[in-house]
Design a protein around this ligand. Structure first.
Ligand code: NAI
Length: 457
């Protein structure tokens, strides 16, 4: 194969890029993938996977500490952060080499270098990387996103001096800070707050809005916050951070200025698509609010140019990226396929877990939908009662009034992360309630709570 020409060029080797490469190669296309860092992108190297290894350690620690209620007693239980980090490295390494093997098996030409669009000539894109030019008929942009750094007084210095960090650096901290302040109670902030609280930090979370966990249903988010407070985490809602100085974070609530003493601050106020330095201007690629504009086939305004994953700013989740990659490649292969975002599941992998898909009460009201709400305590489930002595959990489902189709599912409790895909299927497939009631769920599982709700509306 001519290594400088392929059917498809892909910039970025994260979940969007590597899965698009694999799908395109499987569809018979030749592929060149450009990756300046480590294959697997943010998800594998400094996002989803490393955080899950940390959170799993926190869960095991919690089980060991609180096993007495279940007849299990352990002495001298401790969480050793060094061992947790070493395991995280091992997990990441294993999965990165899995991605590398997949690329090799599919004969994908992986160029380990930053890539810049050079232009488009006679229907072919030209991309420069590693001192060479590569051409291809199709170009997929999958360069991902980076932590958003807001323009707050002293933040730049704090990041340089290391007393403020982003989600990237915090995963490699060698010592647990005594006091950690988390700025932003989104998914990243909350997952890190949960781990560091378990590992021994005194954690304070400052959140600009009136609730934690962003798009999560307000009732679930309240329950979640109550649980985190019980675990020793302090929250300051409606708090706007105004200044960072060594040892102090200053924030304002209702015009009143407050200080939090801290050893370290985590900046987790969102992520922004990485659209700079790609050479988008050479092709006149349209962007909106800092993200590449795409249609429901992931096409941009330039023919044969697609944007998949975080770079289009639509959903910023690895699982959405996988699906977007498939839709884009299917479009290239002339296979009928369309991207839909209505039932993308979201998960917060804390303990308890939070998971949701579809409409919240707030979004249903905003859209003027007529809906019925069914709420069930997780203690309706035999397995939940058998496994949880003190904890509570909630399953909150929204049904469309009239058709009784499931339109939203919101869960807080154990296994929520593994249950939500079932609810997503039901939302996405628009099955009538009669069909849903005919489904058989395994017993005893916590998932039966969903089946129970079908019979209570
Ligand atoms: P986010 O956008 O989810 O949450 C950021 C939070 O920061 C918001 O609640 C916002 O109100 C708050 N905020 C913004 N400016 C602030 C300020 N100056 N002071 C205090 N609070 C402020 O962003 P996050 O958590 O950084 O995550 C980024 C992306 O990564 C999201 O799209 C998320 O879905 C994704 N992600 C998903 C994970 C998962 O699926 N488990 C895990 C990690 C990230």
């Amino acid at each position: 194969m001519d290594k400088t020409h392929s059917d498809v060029l892909i910039i970025g080797g994260g979940p969007a890029g590597y899965s698009a490469a694999e799908r395109a190669a499987r569809g018979g296309l030749t592929v060149t993938l450009f990756e300046k860092g480590t294959p697997g992108g943010v998800c594998l190297n400094e996002g989803c996977i490393p955080t899950k290894t940390l959170l799993h350690a926190a869960k095991v620690y919690d089980y060991a500490l609180n096993g007495g209620a279940y007849g299990v007693f352990a002495d001298n239980v401790r969480l050793d952060h060094g061992t947790v980090l070493a395991r995280k490295e091992k997990v990441v390494k294993t999965l990165v080499s899995g991605v590398e093997s997949k690329m090799k098996a599919r004969k994908i030409n992986v160029v380990k270098s930053a890539a810049v669009i050079e232009g488009k000539d006679g229907g072919f894109f030209s991309v420069g990387a590693d001192g060479r030019s590569y051409t291809g008929q199709y170009l997929l942009l999958a360069a991902g996103s980076e932590p958003l750094i807001p323009p707050i007084t002293g933040l730049k210095d704090a990041l340089e001096a290391g007393y403020a960090v982003t989600s990237r650096e915090i995963l490699d901290l060698q010592t647990i800070p005594k006091k950690l302040t988390v700025i932003g109670a989104g998914i990243i902030g909350l997952e890190m707050a949960a781990y560091f609280a378990a590992a021994g930090s005194r954690v304070t979370v400052i959140e600009a809005t009136g609730k934690i966990a962003g798009y999560t249903d307000a009732e679930i988010s309240d329950l979640f916050m109550t649980d985190m407070i019980k675990k020793g985490i302090t929250f300051h809602l409606n708090g706007k951070v105004t200044e960072f100085s060594p040892g102090i974070v200053t924030y304002e609530t209702d015009g009143i200025s407050n200080n939090v003493e801290t050893d370290l601050s985590l900046i987790s106020v969102g992520r922004r698509p990485l659209i700079a330095r790609l050479g988008l201007e050479t092709l006149g690629v349209h962007t909106e609010r800092g993200a590449i504009t795409t249609d429901n086939h992931l096409r941009t305004n330039v023919a044969n140019l697609y944007a998949i994953g975080d770079i289009n700013g639509k959903s910023m989740l690895a699982h959405t990226a996988y699906r977007e990659a498939e839709v884009a490649v299917n479009h290239i292969l002339h296979k009928k396929d369309t991207m839909r975002y209505d039932a993308v599941p979201s998960v917060i992998y804390t303990s308890p877990e939070v998971a949701y898909a579809g409409e919240t009460e707030e979004s249903a009201r905003e859209k003027g939908l007529a809906y019925i709400v069914k709420k069930l305590s997780m203690s309706y489930s035999g397995r939940f009662v058998a496994e949880n002595d003190k904890a509570d959990g909630l399953c909150k489902l929204l049904f469309e009034k009239g058709t009784e189709r499931l339109i939203g599912a919101h869960l807080i409790g154990p296994y929520a992360s593994e249950m939500i895909y079932g609810a997503s299927i039901m939302i996405e497939s628009r099955w009538p309630i009669g069909d849903l009631r005919e489904l058989i769920f395994p017993h005893p599982t916590v998932s039966e709570i969903i089946r129970e709700a079908f019979f209570q509306i």
